[in-house]
Each structure stands twice: as structure tokens, then as C-alpha cells.
Design a protein around this ligand. Structure first.
Ligand code: UDP
Length: 261
């Protein structure tokens, strides 16, 4: 649609695919401009993070792949995704962490007077995340919040509440793939312009889970810090070596198939 601000900032060249999962080569500024344009243009847009775990989950489960493919913005969250995109597509992209994007969206919302709703996390975590955002951004209009442990039969009421709140941005913290599947089912009935899947970000905002120290982040070892802090994640993180093996195989295949000059 000409004149649509989303189309002006989108484009085929922004999006690449990793094993059937799209990834957008954006940085924080361009991601925020896109989100601003999405809210201005209305409609309903999903913002999701792509990491090796989700790419591998999408290989095994078509509904996860479909949910990721229908997102308006897929941020490269995870060094594995960044490296794979560089290696297989030659794109010099950088990581945009979902946990960094959410507070930036809140800063934008505070400036622009966009209303936000927080759904997910344990009750005390959800409340503490709201309080922390309001402390950081006093102008931010949080028009509602809800912990993430409702029964399925309470969903119609929740959808009604979110719509009645007039929220333009919904932050969804149910973990993956729960939040992606929730969006598939409920987003068509919601009047929010942007819904971001934020995983465990409310726990980080609430101070219950620590982000990796800067040195780990700089060395791209945030995943390793999270593993050390919570060894139960080892089961989930088996996706990383499987993903890296897939990348290596594909890269070698590309190299050896390339005709000699
Ligand atoms: N969660 C929730 N409802 C559920 C299951 C999980 O609200 O039924 C929340 C949980 O309390 C936590 C978040 O979802 O705040 C999951 O965090 P995790 O770090 O596992 O997310 P991911 O690694 O998928 O980003």
C-alpha cells in the first residue's frame, strides 16, 4: 500500500530467512521507528524475538513457524542468530535483545503518550515490573496489567479488558512458545496495534532475574551466564549446539557448491 509508513520502513532487503524463520536486520533505532510507524498506522502487529531455540522449535512444530512468519518485526535476539545471518547471508547485523527493546518501547510510549498493557509473569513479578517501568518513565501510561496464570476460560474476559483499556501496546510475557501461540489465537480479537512477546523480561525488570554482566554481554556469552544462573536451562539450551551444527552444515554446503571462479 503506497504511503503506508510500515511499507516505507520495511522491504524485502531487510528480511532474511534462517531455515524457514525470517529475521529482520534491524538495529535498535530502526526497530523503534518501525514500531512507532506501526502504532501510527493502526492494524495489529506482532513483534517477536528470534533465537536459536525458536528456530529449532519451528523446525519441529509448524504452528510455531507460522506464528513467527506472520510477525511484522522479528528482532535478532541471540548471538547464534546474528552469526548465522552473517555467515549464511553476509549481512553485518547486530543483536537487538528483546529485554532491551521493551524498555525502549516504553520510553517511546512515554514520549508519544501511547498506552501500554502488561500481561504475563507471576503476580508479584507483574506488579513489580509495572512499578519499575513507572519509576523509570513517570510519563508512561500503563493502562492495565495481568499475571500470566489465568485459566483458558478467563481469556475472553482478559481480551475484553485489554480492549477496554485502550492499550496500543501489549507486552506479553508467557515464555516461548506459549506467548507465540497465545498471539495466534487472541491477537485477531484485540485492538492493540503492537504486541511484543517479551519472554522473561518482566522478571528482569522486577529484579528477580539478573541480566548478564556487561562483560558477558560484550563477549556474546549472555546465554552462558543464564545457564550458570539456572542450570535447568540446559535442556532448552541443547537447541544451541543443534542450531550451530545446522548452520555449519549449510555453510559448508554453500562453500562446496559454489562454482569455482
Ligand atoms: N509464564 C507465565 N505463564 C505461564 C508460564 C510462564 O506468565 O503459564 C511466565 C513466567 O512467569 C516467566 C515467563 O513467562 O515470567 C517465562 O520466562 P522465560 O525466561 O522462560 O522466557 P523465555 O526464555 O521463553 O524468553
Amino acid at each position: 500500500m503506497p504511503g503506508n509508513p510500515i511499507n516505507q520502513v520495511s522491504g524485502e532487503e531487510r528480511r532474511v530467512e534462517l531455515f524457514g524463520v525470517p529475521v529482520d536486520s534491524v538495529d535498535m533505532d530502526s526497530a523503534l521507528s518501525m514500531i512507532d510507524a506501526m502504532i501510527a498506522s493502526g492494524g495489529s502487529h506482532k513483534v517477536l524475538a528470534v533465537n536459536p531455540e525458536k528456530v529449532m522449535a519451528a523446525q519441529a512444530d509448524r504452528s510455531i513457524a507460522d506464528s513467527l512468519r506472520s510477525a511484522s518485526l522479528l528482532i535478532p535476539d541471540g548471538i547464534g542468530v546474528v552469526l548465522a545471518t552473517r555467515l549464511l547471508h553476509g549481512r553485518p547485523i547486530r543483536r537487538v535483545a528483546g529485554a532491551d527493546l521493551m524498555p525502549e518501547i516504553c520510553a517511546l510510549a512515554a514520549r508519544r503518550d501511547y498506552k501500554v498493557f502488561l500481561y504475563g509473569g507471576r503476580d508479584e513479578i507483574n506488579k513489580a515490573a509495572v512499578a519499575e517501568l513507572q519509576r523509570r518513565y513517570p510519563q508512561l501510561s500503563v493502562v492495565g496489567s495481568q499475571h500470566g496464570y489465568l485459566d483458558d476460560d478467563q481469556m475472553p474476559q482478559l481480551v475484553q479488558r485489554i480492549n477496554a483499556s485502550g492499550a496500543q501496546v501489549l507486552f506479553l510475557a508467557l515464555g516461548s512458545p506459549r506467548q507465540e501461540l497465545w498471539m495466534e489465537e487472541h491477537l485477531p480479537h484485540l485492538s492493540v496495534a503492537v504486541c511484543q512477546g517479551v519472554g522473561g523480561t518482566f522478571d528482569v525488570l522486577a529484579g528477580a532475574v539478573k541480566r548478564a554482566p556487561m562483560v558477558f554481554q560484550r563477549l556474546h556469552l549472555e546465554w552462558f551466564f543464564r545457564l550458570l544462573s539456572d542450570p535447568r536451562r540446559i535442556v532448552r539450551q541443547t537447541a544451541l549446539p543443534r542450531f550451530l551444527w545446522l548452520v555449519a552444515r549449510t555453510w559448508l554446503y554453500q562453500i562446496f557448491r559454489r562454482p569455482a571462479a
